[in-house]
Design a protein around this ligand. Structure first.
Ligand code: PLP
Length: 386
């Protein structure tokens, strides 16, 4: 059998998306319009949030959220180090300080205790990241937020869908932002969604996503629109488009089916690896359900003669692609130089990161492909066992 290269991720695209795109192109309405509004409504009812505001990316949505929170220069916002740098960079946009904290060993999520230690009189908000799709300890985090009067923006770039004590992520705290980037669990190429139960935040984000125009800016070229509009603040260009909605609408219809695929793959990996001593599995808590966006493992490097980079190269020889999520934010040049951060303040992230590898997990991966990944990984690691 010829082995094709097994990519780390592949979007789950069918003729439905192709047809919807063609329909949009033929309609002539390419930017934000009726399909964006429909996508927002359908996403909103799927999540069970009061408002959903579609935007150009998670990063744009996070920026708008912090703007709506009123973040100002000198404010502090607490973020975990185990995330994509976007989580911290949106804080820097305001001249505010991202206070980057270490994470829990089992889940790589930030903890309520970690947050509480990092709070100062300047702290204004928290951005918990649901690493890999597994929700953080939301109750404890919201309790601290209430106690110290802090805003909460959940980084749910990985967690569509995920559940915390039976509640869907996106319906719980002040604001939750999702990402529809190419590798995420619902993809529109680029895109994001702000979910909130707060009317004022939703209204502010809607205005600021499109140049600060006071209402329904996108309608100004439609039959029901008006050429007259007023700019009430210097806004941004973070709107979603109907071309993106053409991918999002059919993707949303199968978001649970895609989740089911990933859950099956995760269960197969977990079963295959449960007694394997050359790496550790990620810790899973029983009162929540992960989206299984990632399936991270931690190599037991002291039992191996190769390091993580060599492991990834060896596995590649067998046509299997792996990922690494993420280089901790505190290790990136800008953050460690600007905020004077060092590994010794991040014992968990700094020790786990060199061991961390993400296995392929996406809808469309057959049992046969999953078994191929399992066999390749076990064979390579056994070959380099100390
Ligand atoms: C992908 C990602 C983002 C950024 O999402 P974009 O839509 O690309 O802006 C933010 N946070 C985390 C944890 C991510 O994985």
């Amino acid at each position: 059998m010829k082995n094709e290269f097994l990519l780390f991720h592949k979007p789950f695209i069918s003729e439905d998306e192709v047809n919807e795109i063609v329909d949009t192109v033929r309609s002539g309405w390419l930017s934000m319009g009726p399909k964006t509004i429909r996508f927002e409504q359908e996403f909103n009812s799927y999540i069970g949030s009061k408002h959903s505001v579609a935007v150009s990316s998670w990063t744009g949505g996070g920026h708008l959220t912090l703007e709506a929170f009123g973040i100002k220069p000198g404010d502090e916002v607490i973020v975990p180090t185990m995330t994509f740098p976007a989580t911290a960079e949106i804080v820097c946009y305001f001249g505010a300080k991202p206070v980057i904290i270490d994470v829990d060993y089992d889940t790589l999520n930030l903890t309520a205790e970690g947050i509480e230690k990092a709070i100062t009189p300047k702290t204004r908000a928290l951005i918990p990241v649901h690493y890999g799709g597994q929700p953080c300890d939301i109750d404890e985090i919201l309790e601290i937020a209430r106690r110290y009067n802090l805003k909460v923006l959940e980084d749910a770039a990985h967690s569509l869908p995920a559940y915390y004590k039976g509640k869907k992520i996106g319906s719980i705290s002040d604001v939750t932002c999702f990402s529809f980037y190419a590798t995420k669990t619902l993809s529109t190429g680029e895109g994001g969604m702000i979910c909130t139960n707060d009317d004022e935040i939703a209204e502010r984000c809607k205005i600021m996503r499109l140049h600060g125009i006071n209402r329904d800016a996108w309608k100004r070229y439609s039959e029901s629109g008006s050429w007259y509009y007023e700019v009430v603040a210097p806004g941004y260009k973070y709107n979603f488009t109907d071309l993106q909605a053409s991918l999002g609408l059919p993707q949303l219809k199968k978001v649970d089916e895609m989740w089911e695929w990933r859950r099956r793959i995760a269960a197969r990996y977990t079963e295959a690896f449960k007694d394997f001593e050359l790496f550790e599995l990620h810790g899973i808590k029983s009162d929540r359900e992960s989206s299984w966006h990632l399936f991270p493992i931690r190599l037991n490097l002291d039992m191996l003669t190769i390091n993580r980079a060599q492991f990834i190269e060896e596995v590649k020889k067998y046509y299997v692609g792996l990922g690494v999520h993420f280089m901790p934010v505190h290790q990136h040049k800008f953050y460690n130089e600007t905020f004077n951060l060092s590994d010794k303040d991040y014992p968990v992230a700094s020790s786990v990161f060199p061991r961390l590898v993400s296995l392929p997990i996406y809808p469309g991966m057959s049992d046969k492909l999953v078994d191929r990944v399992i066999n390749v990984i076990v064979d390579v690691l056994n070959k380099f066992k100390r």
